[in-house]
Ligand binder design. Sequence first.
Ligand code: PEP
Ligand code: MN
Length: 360
Amino acid sequence: MENRKEMRKWLDDMNLGHPLVIAGPCSAETEEQVLKIAHELKDTDVNYFRSGIWKPRTRPGNFEGVGAIGLKWLQKVKEETGLKTATEVANKAHVDLALEHDIDLLWIGARSTVSPFIVQEIADALKGTDKIVLVKNPVNPDLSLWLGAVERLYSADIEKLGVIHRGFSTYEKTKYRNIPEWQLAIELQTKFPDLPIINDPSHITGKRDMIFDVSQTALDLNFDGLIIETHYDPDNAWSDAAQQVTPKTLIQIMKDLRIRKETDEEAEYNNKLSNLRAQIDVLDNQLIDLLGKRMKVSDGIGELKKQKNVAVLQSNRWNAILGNMILEGEQRGLSEEFVLRMFKAIHQESINHQEKIINA
Ligand code: PEP
Ligand code: MN
């Protein structure tokens, strides 16, 4: 699959003048709940009304969605409010039912994107549809798997495509429910600049008070839209209660978000920017140069250890370096998280160099 300008035609044709907004409850619970939320989202910036009909739950025994009856409620949403509708599909039966009920936008959930069999089944069932299909990132940070799913849809002649960045699961406990790994989304944007990318701050954060900040970061990184779970009584939602916001909060969030332009024509701005970028280029070259030199020194250590048959890894020494660098970093305004990540990467490269020498 190659980047094609036409990938974003469906979005450009909407002529929104603001990011695409998909909002609505995590799950459809009752007809009243669905319609009440939809009416509160009518005449706002919301373009699509989302609602899970079949819910993939991590463990059985939780609410697993109302099933096909909910699609009728979504049809009512469209009739009564004019909002377009969106839901998750996870197999051929879901696709057939969703198409039968004229759902406008379908998305593939994170737990489905990991399975090429399921994605292929969905792609075959959707073949040639003119509905919009968005692919959530897989639960694990694997760009190829994510793109592979998009490719399967693309090969099934689905033209209105896009992706949803909903973060990645980790064993480590972090402040996020699913860590954003922004670099991965940036890499995808670099490879496919015209593939629409929507951010899902609800599933990234898992907490409603973090939604604004993650949404702002997404807009700062040129994301094309947001999908935000919305419920009139979040605390009593049947799924994902902690992360849903009320329609009123959503409207406020949309008002407060600063929408950035991709560029500006003004000469002074462009001059200053080029100047700063030139400085960055020089510094980046110095960084690479220094790292190369550091690895040469490391090679020397490898030679020494080889002569004495000493192990590559010395934990004490490594822990001392890390501790020092965290302190040094702090004084220069570098976060501990960044220093750790960077030095772990440098250390790994160093080990690889020494391994090569010791085993030569
Ligand atoms: C959802 O959007 O409600 C959902 C189940 O999301 P994800 O597939 O990202 O977990
Ligand atoms: Mn949810």
